[in-house]
Write a protein that binds this ligand. Structure first.
Ligand SMILES: *[C@@H]1O[C@H](CO)[C@@H](O)[C@H](O)[C@H]1NC(C)=O
Ligand SMILES: *[C@@H]1O[C@H](CO)[C@@H](O)[C@H](O)[C@H]1NC(C)=O
Length: 323
């Protein structure tokens, strides 16, 4: 590829990110958000990492968001360290029931399990915790069983997860969507460069492709909880014609990727948006497919409680997501 074309491509994506849609009400407390619109009345619900998983609701996608309560007020039934601090919720609506997957772990360890709770309405007090799905990991496994994500394809519950170690893996859940099928997890994405910082995956089907979104870098830091500039979260994507594998991860084929789209990154730091990650995709009736994520505003702070909800519309017209 001609150097000028590469430079043009780099310049295009360095300046191309849109700012998040304006958000009203309580838009903080949003580390690793999960978002869905309740089918019965159109109320939006949002969940995030921490404690018993706070429940926020809003009459619209962009607010005003208000705190309603917690999914797991008494902690998770998973009997291991971290059970009172559930992480990375992933909510889906299947056959008139809301399923919320979450992880129980402690920072930097592989002693991890993915749990699930269900509800008919998502309101506080209506959640039933089913404990572990059986998708778990221990020290020495290839993977770390956190950051769950479900996608149902032709009636099969594909379950993608992973964080650092060998990055992103996929298995399936049984037809009840509550328990592991027993199928061996296989690797979907690997950044071979230590410390192999991919996590928070979300698989979304659009057109002819499955898009594997993930966060690359560090979610958090120490002291002020600020990841070092350059190491902070950014949102990446790979795509495949099959949900189970064959993901083309652009950074592994830079020439091909630049030729197609002009960038490998979906969203990185820009303006006051620092460290966007923990993302998911939701097909909203008003806005169409949106990328939702957390970020910090560098003028506010870096703690989980400071993390803000970001939402951008996605343009898939090039075959790759552009925000
Ligand atoms: C939480 O614990 C309290 C006190 O034991 C109990 O009254 C309440 O029903 C529990 N809530 C749930 C959702 O299990
Ligand atoms: C892969 O990991 C390295 C080391 O942390 C990081 O510098 C790089 O940005 C990562 N690449 C991608 C595409 O995420």
């Amino acid at each position: 590829m001609a150097t000028w074309l590469l430079l043009l491509a780099l310049a295009a994506y360095a300046t191309a990110f849109s700012n998040p849609l304006a958000c009203s009400g309580t838009c903080t407390d949003t580390h690793d958000p999960s978002l869905i619109r309740r089918s019965s009345d159109g109320t939006y619900y949002r969940f995030a990492t921490g404690g018993g998983i706070d429940i926020y609701s809003s009459p619209s996608l962009t607010g005003p968001w208000t705190l309603q309560g917690e999914v797991l007020p008494n902690g998770s039934g998973i009997d291991s360290p971290g059970s009172d601090d559930a992480w990375a919720p992933d909510v889906h609506y299947i056959d008139s029931t809301y399923y919320l997957y979450y992880a129980v772990s402690t920072f930097g360890t592989q002693e991890s399990a993915i749990g699930v709770a269900t509800s008919a309405t998502m309101a506080p007090g209506t959640w039933t915790d089913h404990g572990s799905t059986g998708v778990e990991s221990v020290t020495g496994d290839d993977y770390n069983a956190i950051d769950p994500n479900l996608i149902v394809v032709d009636g099969t519950n594909y379950f993608t997860f992973g964080s650092f170690w060998a990055d992103i893996f996929q298995t399936t859940l049984a037809s009840d969507a509550l328990a592991w099928s027993g199928g061996a997890p296989h690797n979907l994405e690997l950044n071979a460069t230590a410390p192999q910082p991919s996590e928070g995956s979300y698989v979304y089907q659009y057109g002819a492709y499955f898009y594997l979104f993930f966060s690359s870098g560090s979610c958090c830091g120490y002291d002020t909880d600020r990841p070092a500039p350059g190491d902070e979260y950014k949102i990446m994507v790979c795509r495949s014609e099959e949900v189970t594998g064959g993901y083309v991860c652009p950074y592994q084929l830079p020439d091909q990727f630049y030729a197609q789209t002009g960038g490998t990154l979906v969203l990185g730091s820009h303006g006051v948006v620092y460290g966007p990650g923990g993302q998911g995709v939701y097909d909203d009736p008003t806005y169409g497919p949106v990328l939702y994520y957390h970020y910090v505003d560098t003028t506010i702070g870096y703690a989980d409680a400071d993390k803000l909800l970001g939402i951008n519309q996605i343009d898939f017209s090039s075959g790759w997501p552009v925000v």
